[in-house]
Design a protein around this ligand. Structure first.
Ligand SMILES: [Zn+2]
Length: 64
């Protein structure tokens, strides 16, 4: 079964006949990748917050 569009596909098919996406990658790897992408986005948010905090501290110092 295709993990993307849930269409039935032939056993050992490399590409989904329905959505044409690569389905040779095991579902566990896809889940792991999604998890990594989520973590990356979280880290990006944290980095943005940290930068804003540093910026705020710098601004405070300047105004003194
Ligand atoms: Zn598909």
């Amino acid at each position: 079964m295709c993990p993307y569009c849930q269409a039935e596909s032939a056993d050992h098919a490399l590409v989904c006949a329905s959505c044409a996406r690569d389905i040779a990658v095991p579902a566990t790897l896809i889940a792991e990748r999604d998890d990594l992408l989520r973590k990356r986005d979280q880290l990006r948010d944290e980095l943005t917050r940290a930068r804003n905090e540093v910026e705020a501290i710098m601004q405070r110092r300047k105004s003194r």
